[in-house]
Ligand binder design. Structure first.
Ligand code: SF4
Length: 387
């Protein structure tokens, strides 16, 4: 049983023989995909407050310094993204701010919100209003919290990172593998298309990596909700000096991910942190969300590649490149058209389906990307950044 799993009642089936088999997998054991995909997004760092203090993280700010975007600021950013042809509003922030963040709670209260998740729901509504599909990563959530946010998100995510207990999750307030597995399970229970992943190089062993991938597979096999698994290497930064894993390490881990996961689950590497072109033949078929307009606030030292650079990565790897929505095709409403015509949809709720079907310039952009004929162009705004 993984650390913290008992507390959350999470039973994940990871067979020791399967772990051994996965540990023997290398790049020669997997096939190169025919194409790689990406999603064009804007990054919306709603707050930099987080109750945890993971040692590799430069995202969070301590109480007194943490920021909280107003909804007007959110609207400005997502509108800029929509103008630049984006389809995704990426709301990523840490776990719910604890009591130490008095200023954040006071501000939310003044604006009339119960907590940061209540506020996130309002921010998602702004994104939908401006023509983007929200994808939220607000840390660990209960099933009830996920159910509340589900109608306003095309997909959501949380990084498992690892099933091991590592010093990198240091301090009195530390997230546990059991808590993360519980969130991934809860997403499956509410039927939310989900993104998760592992973080490589934070003190985990090779066996931990194999177990983490098989734990994700086990949860996906129960619910069918995992759309992609990110294999992300740690990078040195101003708060830590973790060594960046070698390309040989990453090639082996990516191969293990491809071998462990069913074909419908994409394997993603972030092209601003990894040598993506050298990993495609190990089974990478997605390059994640790439922003033509906003910085990567989680890894601010590592700039997003411009869209043309993604095309170069695909060229170098000998595969084609195509744009996708933040929710993968198999979760879209029906087969009648790019986003369907019927009222029923197993995975997406009313506001998302309505956004996809609205007869306006944004709906047309979303549908053309869903059909696979969205313009893969590098807009003038490429490389424009927001401070
Ligand atoms: S990695 Fe996530 S949970 Fe950990 S401190 Fe950073 S924002 Fe918080």
């Amino acid at each position: 049983m993984f650390p913290g799993a008992d507390e959350y009642g999470v039973e994940v089936d990871v067979d020791a023989d399967e772990v051994d088999r996965l540990l023997s997998v290398g790049p020669d054991d997997v096939e190169k995909p025919q194409s790689v995909s990406f999603s064009r997004n804007v990054f919306v760092p709603l707050t930099t407050a987080c109750r945890y203090t993971c040692t590799y993280c430069t995202y969070y700010d301590v109480p007194g310094q943490a920021t909280l975007m107003s909804l007007d600021e959110v609207r400005d950013v997502v509108r800029m993204g929509a103008d630049a042809g984006c389809t995704e509003a990426l709301f990523t922030f840490g776990d719910e701010p604890d009591d130490r963040y008095t200023e954040i709670h006071r501000q939310l209260d003044e604006w009339g919100y119960d907590d940061i998740l209540d506020y996130l729901a309002a921010a998602c509504e702004v994104a939908l209003d401006e023509g983007l599909l929200p994808h939220s990563n607000p840390g660990d959530l209960t099933r009830e919290q996920l159910a509340d946010l589900a109608p306003l998100n095309a997909s959501m995510g949380v990084m498992l990172e690892t099933t091991a207990d590592v010093d990198a999750h240091a301090g009195n307030r530390r997230k546990t593998p059991g808590q993360r597995l519980n969130t991934i399970r809860a997403a499956g229970e509410v039927g939310m298309p989900f993104t998760t992943g592992i973080l490589v190089g934070i003190g985990e062993s090779w066996r931990d990596r194999a177990e983490s991938l098989l734990a994700i597979r086990d949860l996906h096999e129960r619910y069918g909700h995992v759309q992609e698994v990110i294999v992300q290497n740690v990078v040195p930064n101003e708060r830590s000096d973790f060594e960046r894993p070698s390309i040989e390490t990453m090639r082996r881990v990516v191969s293990m991910a491809r071998a462990a996961l069913p074909a419908e689950v994409s394997v993603q590497v972030p092209p601003n942190l990894s040598e993506a072109a050298s990993l495609v033949d190990c089974g990478v078929d997605d390059l994640g969300g790439v922003s033509p307009v906003t910085d990567d606030y989680v890894n601010p030292d590592y700039a997003w590649p411009a869209l043309q650079e993604l095309a170069d990565i695909a060229d170098e790897a000998g595969v084609s490149l195509h744009e996708r929505l933040p929710v993968y095709e198999r979760f879209l409403p029906s087969e009648d058209s790019a986003v369907g015509t019927g009222d029923e949809c197993e995975w997406l709720r009313g506001p998302i389906v309505e956004r996809l079907r609205t007869d306006d310039v944004h709906g047309e952009r979303l549908r053309s990307v869903a059909r696979g004929d969205g313009p893969l162009s590098v807009p003038d705004q490429a490389n424009r950044t927001q401070s």
